[in-house]
Ligand binder design. Structure first.
Ligand code: GDP
Ligand code: ZN
Length: 314
C-alpha cells in the first residue's frame, strides 16, 4: 500500500533517516532523493533532526524499502554548530525547536554569567524560545540565598522564565514534564550541571549518552547519529545536545548584538541616536536604564564583553 505525507526526522541512522509522524512515535526509514542532497552546500548535513519533510513510499516502508524524502519543508528555526577552524563549515544540530531548556546551577560548578548570556543571545538569534532551568536547588537553597535572589533579579528583568528544579529530590521535575509535553525540546547545559540527571528524572527509560563532541567528530563517517530525538514518557520530544559550547555563537554584527538582549531592545527605541551602540553615545536610554536598575549591570557587562570580543575578531 502506498503511503505519503509529512513527517519529522528523528534520527540519522547512517544509511538512512528515521522519520516519525509526530506526535505519534511510529518510526520508519527513509532516504533522501539525490537532487535534494546538494541543495544546502553551506552545511555539512543537508537535513537535520527535527526537520519536517514530505515523503512518498510505494509500500509500507521498511529497511529494504525505505520511503523517499521528496522535500525538506521550510524550517521555523534551527541551531548550527560552526567549525572553529577557518573552513566555515557548519553542522545543523537540530531544526524546528519549540523550546530550548538551558540547564544551569549556581555552584557545583560555579556559573559563568557571561557564558550563559552568550547562549541566550544565540537562542534569540535563532528565534528559539528559551527557559532557564536552575538545577540542584536542594544544594543551593540554604547556602546560596543571595545568589539565587540575584539570579532571579538579573534574568527576571531580562524577561526569562526560570524553573527551579532538583534532579536529586525531584523538585520541579513534574513541572518540566508538563512543559515539554507535545513539544520538540532542546536540552543543553555545561557538563556537570546535571543534564543527564534531569533527563533520567524526567524519564527513567531515557538514555542520555551524548557528551561534548567536537565538530571534527561530527564530520566523521560513523558519527552521523549523534543527535537524535527521544520520545519522553511524558509525551515530549527531546533533543539532547552536547555542552553549551556546542551551540557556538553565530557571527553577529556588532550593531546587532543589542537586538538579542530583549531588555535592551525594548528601551533602545528611546536612545537619541540610531543606531546606538549603548557605549559612549549621549542620550542613551540603555545606559540610563542600567543606571536606574531596570537593566541589570551584569547583563550590560556581558553585552560590553561581547562587543569587545567582536572587535577582536575583526
Ligand atoms: P551532566 O554532566 O550535566 O550530565 O551532569 P550529571 O547529571 O552527570 O550530574 C553531575 C553531578 O551532579 C552528579 O554527581 C549528580 O549526581 C549531581 N547532581 C545532578 N543533579 C543534582 C541535583 O539536583 N542535586 C544534587 N545535589 N546533585 C545533583
Ligand atoms: Zn543607546
Amino acid at each position: 500500500m502506498s503511503k505519503s505525507g509529512e513527517a519529522t526526522l528523528v534520527k540519522n541512522a547512517g544509511s538512512c533517516y528515521m522519520l516519525s509522524e509526530l506526535p505519534q512515535w511510529n518510526l520508519f526509514p527513509a532516504v533522501l532523493r539525490g537532487k535534494i542532497r546538494l541543495k544546502d552546500s553551506e552545511a555539512t548535513n543537508p537535513i537535520a533532526v527535527g526537520d519536517r519533510v514530505r515523503f512518498v513510499a510505494e509500500t509500507e516502508p521498511d529497511m529494504e524499502h525505505p520511503a523517499s524524502i521528496t522535500e525538506i519543508l521550510p524550517r521555523k528555526n534551527y541551531v548550527i554548530r560552526k567549525s572553529t577552524n577557518l573552513s566555515h563549515q557548519a553542522h545543523i544540530i537540530a531544526a524546528n525547536i519549540d523550546k530550548a531548556y538551558i540547564i544551569v546551577t549556581l555552584e557545583f560548578p560555579a556559573i559563568k554569567l557571561p557564558f550563559l548570556d552568550r547562549i541566550l543571545v544565540t537562542c534569540e538569534m535563532y528565534g528559539i524560545p528559551v527557559v532557564i532551568v536552575l538545577n540542584k536547588m536542594d544544594l543551593l537553597r540554604d547556602v546560596c540565598t543571595d545568589q539565587i535572589r540575584d539570579f532571579h533579579r538579573i534574568y527576571g528583568i531580562a524577561g526569562y522564565e526560570i524553573l527551579e528544579v532538583s534532579a536529586k529530590t525531584g523538585e520541579g521535575i513534574e513541572g518540566l514534564r508538563n512543559e515539554c509535553k507535545g513539544k520538540v525540546c532542546l536540552l543543553s547545559g555545561e557538563s556537570g550541571v546535571g543534564k543527564s540527571s534531569i533527563i533520567k528524572a524526567m524519564d527513567p527509560e531515557a538514555d542520555p549518552k551524548i557528551g561534548d563532541i567536537s565538530l571534527a567528530h561530527l564530520q566523521g563517517k560513523h558519527t552521523t547519529s549523534l543527535y537524535e530525538m527521544y520520545n519522553l514518557e511524558c509525551g515530549g520530544f527531546l533533543i539532547d545536545t552536547p555542552g553549551l559550547r556546542g551551540f557556538g555563537l553565530v557571527d553577529a554584527q556588532k550593531e546587532e548584538i543589542a537586538l538579542y538582549f530583549p531588555e535592551m531592545l525594548k528601551v533602545s527605541e528611546d536612545c537619541r541616536f540610531s543606531p546606538c551602540t549603548h557605549t559612549h553615545e549621549p542620550g542613551c536610554a540603555v545606559k540610563e536604564a542600567v543606571g536606574n536598575g531596570s537593566i541589570s549591570p551584569e547583563r550590560y557587562a556581558s553585552y560590553l564583553g561581547m562587543l569587545d570580543e567582536d572587535k577582536k575578531y575583526r
